[in-house]
Write a protein that binds this ligand. Sequence first.
Ligand SMILES: [Zn+2]
Length: 692
Amino acid sequence: MKILIGQKNCLKKYSKYMKKKIQLSNSEKKALNELKSLSIQIKKYNDAYHKYDKPIISDHKFDELIKKNNELEKKFPYLRLKTSPNEYVGSKVLNKFSKINHKLPMLSLGNAFNENDLIEFIKRIKKFLKNEKIILEFSCEPKIDGLSINLTYKEGVLISAATRGDGLIGENVTENIKTIKNIPQKINTNNFPSLIEIRGEIFLEKKDFILLNSKLDDKEKFSNPRNAAAGSIRQLDINITKARPLKFVTHGVGFISKEYLSLKKLYNDMSLWGFAPSKYLKFSTKLKEMLRYHSDLNLKRSLINYDIDGIVFKLNDIELQKRLGFVGKNPRWAIAYKFESVKAFTKINSIDLQIGRTGAITPVARLEPVNIGGVVVSNATLHNFDEINNKDIRENDIVEIQRAGDVIPQILRVSKKLSKRNKAYKHPVNCPICDSILIKDEDGVIYRCLNYYKCKAQIIERLIHFVSKKAFNIDGMGEQQIKLFWNRKFIKNASDIFNIDKFKNEIIELEGWGKLSYNNLINNIEKSKSINIEKFIYALGIRFVGETTSQILSKYFDSIESLIKSAKNIKELEDIDGLGPKVIKSISEFIDNKDNIDEIRKIASNCQVIKRKEKFTKSIFNNKTVIFTGKLNEMSREEAKKRALDLGAKIASSISKNTDYLIYGENAGSKLNKAKELKISTLSEKKWLSMI
Ligand SMILES: [Zn+2]
């Protein structure tokens, strides 16, 4: 037991008490009982929060209990219990995990949902490689539904383990990972790379999942093995992780300081190093075989002792993988062919309307909760009102629901036999929040509230978007907090978030808050202020400007001011490769509005906006603006663009005085003439190939 510093004068009394040589007074007895009760309560609440990620008491109330406990311990130090919260509440328990940068990003795979998607995937590869006849070999392995992990080994020693996180930065769970028996901490073989990131999945076997859940209270139970694995790894108390029979299976590498030509050879070596890939791993060059592999494992699924949700196919040839690279966040050379989702019947209790940040109205079915494949489902998306009409969906209907992966469940059909039918559903005429008349989009499917700047629902959705993970990523600020602060008039615009400390006292007094929560929030807001320009652009919530477009824009504008200026000169936006007319119109309309500009500047003045790191290459094309035109013979247009980007170039779509090089293939038309007129360097395909 620890003795609090500065209270050594109590030592005598304390040791006498411990030896039961002194009699406790009534007030001391009362204090002791209270301390006992507090320690039990605090432990329960602390566990709920940290072990199970399910708080059952507000931070404020928790703070009060801690305060009470500390007051008593201060008054009667010799009564401090072995189970005192101060033995564990403190830096260790309250600290979150530290962060780790992955050496190479942990990207996600594109999905295939049917045979045709897989065929298209292979076609796309051949088209990119401009080689229809090439024989491609793929690895086939089951996709385990677990927690992705990145293990870094340096000189044969496990130096860190991190969760996927946002793909670039994960949580440091090294100590927890070390408790997993089939993850080697040291590798002594000669040919082990000096630096390597081993990627794989942490999972629980089905029987272990059921056993674990049977020991937990209803409130603590995990909805599926994946959550259980994640919950078991993200434990600040390593002993809990240790007690859970977690397993690891590898499915590849990130950074590796050694060249491999094929996945086959890599997997082979990995097995020798002690990282066994799936025992179902196979290689195939035939589509038929790959499809059979998929259907075979789908049938065997219930017999395999862990959850799998599809098959991953990866190109075996690593040189080709490098050529293909990535599109957005997904590699072009791998795909996850998902198993068919799970279905169930349930009742629609009501059809609610959701209003998005751009005013789109989406109907949502509130369902009688139903367990589909281990997950309790209580909402299903209805996409739009046409879908309701086409499927003739009505409130109170019994419907068949389908759930696929993490996607919001869908309604497949109405069972007219089982349903007692209500009146047909009528789509709304007015916005349910601001009462504006709803207008159908040009595509004739989506209804929209056009009251963009005044509709409360849209404003709040935009604020939620602003703080969300892919935008400013303010931990502890989500839908609930935004709504609360908005209703209390603490925030009106996004920029107000950075001045929330004006309401310090009011926030601390709020139900469920307190000093600790307030300070955490302020710290998190402070952290968010240093932000990459692409996330800043994304956070603005401009219609059609998602992650990919924000990334594209960030390559062309190195400051928020230069983006603002571009709206006055649409030509500049039109020159950027990858922006369509709808996007350009939306951006320029948004920035043409004075209130928007003021708000953008206010936000920017509170932040440190980080320029995109220029990729520096020694290539002549580094930082040059390049345009391709005409038909290329040696390389697909897509691969040519990728190569240019890899060399640090920017790709434009129309010629201007800012263009540095025009690379032309066969039948190059007006662009080539215009380039010559403007005295821009032109390169034939052959010349270009000789330069890269
Ligand atoms: Zn509205």
